[in-house]
Design a protein around this ligand. Structure first.
Ligand SMILES: NC(=O)c1ccc[n+]([C@@H]2O[C@H](COP(=O)([O-])OP(=O)(O)OC[C@H]3O[C@@H](n4cnc5c(N)ncnc54)[C@H](O)[C@@H]3O)[C@@H](O)[C@H]2O)c1
Length: 323
């Protein structure tokens, strides 16, 4: 299949491109390189440096393409709360140009990088795709809004889509020299590993009085390679004529922030103490996915599901690269 990956120079996009190329697909990347890296784009892929809000760049990138994987976007929750316009502009308004150009070029299937943040603070755990969308921050609202645009596009011109709502993505494809290289880094596993590599021996987590066994928040971590495999399957599902669908992607198992810090210490061999800082507004106590639908619809099953494996792979990547 000939696939356009927007945001294909970023963390998830670049690793997914590698998975797609290794499976024999043809890949074009459309990325501004504002947050992503040229070095992360495989030489087998065609790179168009440009914005999903630029019609000419979209048209160039969409030439000969059969399906789109839309990973491009801004991803920092705290920043989205401070600069909402920037997030609505980049995650909703600009990608409308991508959709319009797809329509003009006759490309009618798309896989979308959505997020568990669209659920906000869910009342039932594990979270199924039928849970109400009640995002509590602008980042989550921008992703939910784009999902609505996909509904409209389906109604008006027949776009079929799979919206993949990721829980916490981590890990690396270290053998290919690819991993998480965000600036700033806001995700807990690379932050703990970065702190340890820098010799810091205390790590502050947000809140220690949540109604969880050790008082810290619980999250569902998914290996980025399992995520890449799910994207490949979602694209094939649409190619085979599959209907629009929403799938959560997670392992269905949660780990507390304390467990994450402790496992990072075990993997790296460093001594580190968890320090309890203030809670962060809008952080639910527990977020665990039900990913049964991805199993049933896409035949997807996470293979690298243990927290230790996820952290070991992230650590190997961290050690091999000076980012
Ligand atoms: N990392 C996670 O844990 C996580 C969880 C849930 C959802 N997601 C979603 O997955 C996607 C990828 O996340 P990531 O961690 O790889 O982020 P990332 O920042 O590493 O990658 C995003 C890429 O998109 C590019 N980009 C941004 N705006 C663009 C635009 N207007 N036009 C073209 N390119 C643009 C950036 O340059 C970057 O290379 C995002 O949409 C994010 O919301 C990520």
């Amino acid at each position: 299949m000939r696939i356009l990956v927007t945001g294909g120079a970023g963390y998830i996009g670049s690793i997914t491109c590698r998975v797609l190329l290794d499976a024999g697909h043809d890949v074009t990347v459309l990325d501004t390189l504002e947050k992503g890296h040229r070095w992360a784009v495989d030489e087998r892929a065609r790179l168009v440096v440009g914005d999903v809000g630029d019609a000419a760049a979209c048209a160039e990138a969409l030439a000969d393409v059969e399906s789109v994987l839309h990973c491009a976007g801004y991803i920092e929750v705290a920043e989205s709360e401070k600069e909402p316009e920037k997030y609505y502009e980049n995650n909703v308004t600009r990608p409308q140009v991508l959709l319009e150009t797809m329509r003009a070029c006759g490309v009618t299937s798309l896989v979308f990088s959505s997020t568990a943040a669209v659920y906000g603070e869910p009342s039932e755990i594990p979270v199924t795709e039928d849970a109400p969308l009640r995002p509590v921050n602008v980042y989550g609202k921008s992703k939910a809004r784009f999902e609505e645009l996909l509904d409209d596009a389906e109604r008006v011109w027949g776009l079929r889509s799979v919206r993949l709502r990721y829980f916490n993505v981590a890990g690396a494809m270290h053998e290919a020299g690819l991993g998480e290289a965000h600036t700033p880094e806001t995700h807990i596993i690379p932050r703990v590993l970065g702190a340890m590599a820098a010799g810091v021996r205390e790590f502050e987590v947000y809140g220690g009085d949540y109604p969880t066994p050790d008082g810290t928040c619980i999250r569902d971590y998914i290996h980025v390679l399992d995520l890449g495999d799910a994207h490949r399957r979602a694209l094939q599902y649409l190619e085979a004529g599959g209907e629009t669908a929403v799938c959560n992607l997670g392992n269905g198992r949660g780990y507390s922030n304390r467990e994450v810090v402790r496992t990072c210490a075990e993997v790296t061999g460093a001594e580190v103490t968890t320090v309890i800082g203030p809670r962060r507004e809008g952080d639910p106590a527990v977020l665990i996915a039900s990913a049964k639908r991805a199993g049933a619809l896409l035949g997807w099953k996470p293979r690298l599901s243990g927290l230790r494996t996820i952290i070991s792979d992230a650590w190997q990547w961290h050690q091999m690269a000076e980012h």
